[in-house]
Design a protein around this ligand. Structure first.
Ligand code: PAF
Length: 328
């Protein structure tokens, strides 16, 4: 009897060791998280906050592996990767997104948002949340709106002080129909190009300039390849924290909640980073030799964009544009 008891206890102990070891050794599931900019950018800040939050909430059931600096390709390839399920997670700008979810183009309309608070209120409110839900129909699971800041113009040719100075300037724009229409209407020669090609195109002079927020200017050290910066603030640039639907489908409800809450933390981290970099980025640009035009006549830019606004109203509906304008 004593022998049977000892054998039983030994068997239980061995089973417990096996179970414990099995649990400890269960490898975390690797999640590829891609984004266009360096780890020390607003994208890197968002990615870290997202990853830390998910890993903590799931007791390290996931290991989020960062692929910064377009390591998985340009934003278009990244979005396609999400749709195909070859990439699990990404942080992407709306630059390429409206080719996949056309309604997103509305947020890319120049001077749509009065200021950062207005943009955040719209995106965090019903309009922005309904827009995120529309990603589902296009094979993407969008969880939160992060931020890059307002876009400004840089170039190597001329100190842009007013709309007329844009005439014929070869400005790289994102592969985004709303942005292309805007720059064409302003008299520039918009050249859509994927971000990974931009720095060498600026170096080689195949384009004269580009437009991006201060967060991108500083993290990509654009002063190394651009002389002039004009603070046009011509359009707010949001980003979206997105998952692949096949990965999403593999998650439990609790894990879905962890990724969703984590994405919100990531979005907040990007906004905090942008608030900070906007306070000091222009001085950084100046001290790195950029010639900066700080005040442009925004009303003149808006007036020059009138023909483009007619097209946007036709595409997105004047009522929707008015509803956005009316958000306090
Ligand atoms: O200009 C772009 O394509 C985007 O703003 C960038 C720099 C890739 C960040 O998403």
């Amino acid at each position: 009897m004593a022998l049977i008891r000892r054998t039983f206890i030994a068997a239980c102990a061995s089973a417990a060791v096996t179970l414990t070891a099995g649990h400890a050794m269960a490898a975390p599931k690797e999640v590829k998280l891609g984004y266009a900019l360096a780890v020390n950018s607003h994208y890197g800040a968002a990615a870290k906050a997202w990853a830390d939050s998910v890993e903590k909430a799931t007791n390290n059931a996931f290991a989020i592996k960062h692929f910064p600096s377009s390591a998985l390709g340009g934003e278009r390839e990244l979005i396609e990767g999400l749709q195909l399920g070859t990439v699990e997670a990404a942080i992407v700008s709306t630059g390429a997104l409206s080719n996949f979810v056309s309604d997103v183009g509305i947020v890319d309309i120049p001077f749509l948002f009065r200021d950062t608070q207005h943009a955040r209120a719209v995106l965090d409110g019903k309009f922005g949340q309904d827009l995120l839900a529309k990603f589902q129909q296009r094979g993407l699971v969008a969880l939160a709106w992060g931020e890059q800041g307002f876009r400004h113009l840089t170039n190597n040719k001329v100190s842009v002080q007013n709309v007329a100075d844009l005439k014929g300037l070869k400005i790289r724009v994102t592969e985004n129909p709303v942005h292309i229409t805007a720059f064409r209407t302003l008299g520039a020669a918009p050249t859509p190009m994927s971000w990974p090609e931009v720095i060498s195109a600026l170096q080689q002079g195949t384009i004269d300039g580009q437009e991006n927020p201060i967060s991108v200017l500083t993290s990509s050290k654009l002063w190394e390849v651009q002389k002039h910066l004009t603070l046009t603030s011509h359009v707010y640039a949001p980003v979206v924290l997105v998952l692949s639907p096949s990965f999403w489908g593999s998650l439990t409800d609790a894990q879905k909640a962890a990724f969703t809450e984590g994405a919100k933390a990531g979005a907040q981290a990007s906004r905090a980073f942008v608030d900070d970099v906007e306070a000091k980025g222009v001085e950084m640009a100046k001290s790195n030799g950029m010639q900066v035009v700080e005040n442009v006549d925004a009303a003149a830019f808006r007036a020059a964009l009138e023909p483009a606004y007619k097209q946007y109203a036709k595409k997105f509906g004047q009522q929707t544009l008015d509803a956005i304008a009316n958000v306090k």
